[in-house]
Design a binder for this molecule. Structure first.
Ligand SMILES: [Fe+2]
Length: 333
């Protein structure tokens, strides 16, 4: 009898071990959301000079690699989005290939859009200063970016969990501003939003929408630091009530800044701009956007403490929001 009981216990333990693994795998498969993790302004390896400050250089690189490994350890990630400025400074092919090493460190499904650093500058300094790229050089920068990161297009969409994700990149080769879109891209954006008017939508772009941060220094909300052309974008977005989130970096706003997560982040009271910090700060934070069928939850993870910043968590009731936006549209019509 004792022998049978012992064998049963042994069998149960063995089953637990086996099933435990299965249950974990099952739980990972059966999550009711799609998790999108944002990496912005990685500036990999770092803008710190390796020769002038080798210790700080190594420390920054190490922190970024550890953050990437932490993101790789999360079992429920559907997509990692790099929202531009992946390179350290200037868009030389060497710099792009360095950044590619960091991009490839992420083993989760991933995609990338350009920032001003991939687009707007000449690949080499002149007299110790960075230079605005010529029209032809901007075209070449974008060709290099697409080729090295194996992107068929600079602007594209993905469908995820019942949501439309729209990815945009600065590409105005004749433009005055470093985060400006071309007319071709704006036309594509307008058509894409018109064709998906019933689908809740997130837009990913390097620069934020104007007015979605407190002007905590004079460059914030300036023409060079907000999505351009602002007037055209305003017209398109105000005609697209399904757009719920605009996900941006560029301003390097740290999560400790009061306007990182604040009512000011609502563009025209409608579209919530999710600001993402740089990886160049002493503390690295990454946002996760959880797409549920009926709500979106945004959480900010502190890679230094290994904890979620609970005070920054935001939840959007998607159904109620779309109903409210559409009824406001109808009243206005
Ligand atoms: Fe940046």
């Amino acid at each position: 009898m004792k022998k049978i009981a012992f064998l049963l216990i042994l069998f149960n333990c063995f089953s637990c071990l086996l099933l435990g693994e299965n249950f974990t795998a099952l739980a990972a498969e059966q999550v009711s959301y799609e998790r999108v993790v944002i990496i912005s302004d990685a500036h990999y390896p770092t803008r710190i000079s390796e020769t002038e400050n080798p210790k700080a250089f190594l420390s920054h690189v190490d922190k970024k690699l550890k953050a990437a490994d932490t993101i790789n350890s999360w079992k429920d990630v559907s997509l990692v989005v790099f929202t531009g400025d992946l390179i350290a400074r200037l868009p030389s092919e060497k710099s792009l290939n360095n950044a590619l090493q960091f991009y490839d460190r992420i083993t989760q499904p991933k995609t990338v859009i350009a920032g001003n650093h991939e687009f707007f500058y000449a690949p080499e300094m002149k007299n110790g200063k960075k230079q605005t790229a010529s029209t032809e050089q901007r075209r070449q920068n974008l060709r290099n970016f697409k080729e090295i990161f194996d992107l068929p297009n600079l602007y594209f969409t993905k469908n995820l969990g019942g949501y439309l994700l729209v990815f945009l990149s600065p590409d105005a080769v004749h433009g005055k501003y470093k985060v400006e879109m071309s007319q071709n891209q704006l036309q594509w954006l307008e058509k894409t939003l018109q064709a998906n008017a019933a689908t809740p939508t997130l837009i990913f772009y390097h620069a934020p929408l104007v007015g979605t941060l407190d002007t905590y220094y004079k460059g914030i909300n300036s023409l060079g630091n907000t999505a351009q052309p602002a007037g055209e974008l305003e017209r398109i977005l105000m005609n697209s009530p399904q757009v719920i989130l605009w996900v941006s970096g560029h301003t390097h706003t740290p999560a400790v800044n009061p306007s990182f997560a604040s009512p000011v982040n609502y563009y025209h009271g409608r579209i919530l701009d999710i600001h993402n910090s740089t990886m160049e700060d002493d503390t690295i934070w990454t946002n996760s956007i959880y797409l549920y069928p009926d709500k979106i939850v945004i959480q900010t993870f502190n890679h230094q403490t290994g904890e979620i910043e609970d005070a920054l968590t935001r939840t959007i009731d998607v159904h109620r929001r779309l109903q409210w936006l559409r009824s406001a549209e109808n009243k206005a019509a």
